[in-house]
Design a protein around this ligand. Structure first.
Ligand code: PMT
Length: 396
């Protein structure tokens, strides 16, 4: 497959035991037709030789800002790239890039480029989990940098845990995804995320465990595919690059926001966990304990998705989620029909690693008149890609 023909990809290699895998990544990119320009940090030279990368790539390795032949290699490389890939990326590189520090040729290229960037971290688990590293990762993600998470597995020095560089297949797939079609360009995608909070009194709420991660992943993927994205959210996560966030708290506020957006909505993805019941009244102030156990009377909330599904116009695509703990397919099937949806994404939230709060999910896609399709436990971003693929195919 030479689908990357004509693409100029700068591949940055940092100093880490996983640097040897960059060789395989470069080879695969060259095989796919890309023009690969290798840049190594000083640290990388401790792990692989320049000659290896120079021989495999389309140009000799560059390492220095002070190359006599090209006085400003950092801007030239960054400006001319269709994509910049860093594999492996060390904690130092992430910190410098997130903070806009140009400490060497590679960080200069990253700061000087307007091309899409794919960063593949690799380090020891303790370093990966350090709050500063995670903060840098979320900063980069919120700026639209595609982070390919490290995997669990063997690390240097006989250790094992999360931190191993993603596989060359996964890295090349991420490059392909970034350079792939903007198949949602010109489309307004509205995504909901998080759990609604229904007030009991001035300080207490009825809430649920939704973290918003799944909805944010869907919003980020839709934006990456070229959509204009509005994210109606109850949670305070960094906004995905390119998405506009409308903050809400209750089901009523979410419904109000979605009704206002409805006329311009092409695709609605309802990943939020909306409360089914809310207190009839919110007490003034804080209910005092010495008044005894309060009688909190509940009423049903409006079914937002059902109301919007009922007035769907031709050309609008409406997707719901179903959070179930039993009879996954039967319950989801009934919601699909009752809410007049184009697709429902069913997750069995009683299973380990599935649904609320996890970074992972496992889902079954149900579409009217089509066979069920299941995706086994994987990262919520991968679920988002699968979901958007199906939205695109439903609209084409
Ligand atoms: O946020 P995370 O921690 O990442 O977790 C993700 C998730 C588990 C919340 C997500 O994957 C998910 O399943 N979201 C839907 C949760 C839910 O409310 O499911 P439900 O089966 O109760 O509702 C079915 C659909 O109707 C949902 O799209 C829901 O948004 C919508 N709904 C429900 C009630 C209501 N009053 N109005 C609605 O619009």
């Amino acid at each position: 497959m030479t689908d990357l023909a004509g693409k100029r990809i700068v591949v940055g290699v940092c100093g880490g035991i996983a640097a040897y895998k960059a060789v395989e990544v470069c080879r695969r990119l060259v095989d796919a037709g890309a023009h690969v320009v290798p840049v190594m940090t000083k640290g990388a030279e401790h792990f692989i030789g320049r000659t290896t990368l120079s021989a495999l790539c389309s140009e000799p390795v560059q390492m220095s800002l002070w190359d006599e032949e090209s006085p400003i290699p950092h801007t030239k490389l960054g400006q001319g790239a269709d994509l910049v890939l860093v594999a492996p990326a060390t904690a130092r590189l992430l910190g410098a890039y997130a903070n806009g520090l140009s400490t060497d040729l590679l960080t200069n290229v990253l700061i000087a480029t307007r091309a899409p960037v794919v960063v593949c971290p690799a380090m020891h688990t303790e370093m990966w989990e350090h709050p500063a590293v995670q903060h840098n990762i979320s900063t980069l993600r919120s700026r639209g940098v595609h982070i390919v998470d490290p995997e669990d597995g063997r690390l240097a020095g006989g250790d094992s845990g999360k931190g191993r560089l993603a596989s060359p297949e996964a890295i090349v797939a991420a490059v392909r995804a970034e350079l792939g079609p903007k198949d949602l360009a010109g489309t307004h995608v509205v995504v909901t995320a998080g759990g609604t909070r229904e007030p009991i009194d001035a300080v207490r709420v009825i809430a649920n465990r939704s973290s918003g991660k799944q909805g944010y992943a869907v919003a980020a993927e839709a934006a990456r595919r070229g959509a204009c994205v509005t994210l109606v959210s109850t949670v305070d996560l960094p906004a995905p690059h390119g998405a506009r966030v409308v903050a809400v708290e209750t089901a009523a506020q979410m419904q109000d926001a979605l009704e206002r957006l409805w006329d311009s909505t092409d695709v609605l993805v309802m990943a939020a966990a909306v409360a089914d019941f809310r207190p009839v009244a919110c007490a003034d102030g804080k209910i005092k304990k010495d008044g005894g156990v309060p009688n909190v009377v509940l009423e049903p909330t409006p079914d937002i998705l059902c109301a919007l599904g009922a007035k769907k116009r031709p050309g609008q695509t409406v997707v719901g989620f179903a959070a179930e703990t039993s009879d996954l397919v039967a319950n989801a099937q009934s919601k699909l029909a009752r809410k007049n949806l184009d697709m429902i994404v069913a997750n069995d939230v009683s299973q380990p690693g599935v649904g609320f709060q996890h970074d992972t999910n496992a889902v079954t896609f149900l579409r009217p008149g089509q066979a069920l399709e299941s995706v086994a436990l994987t990262d919520k971003r991968a679920i988002a890609r699968e979901l958007i693929d199906r939205v695109v195919s439903a609209r084409s």
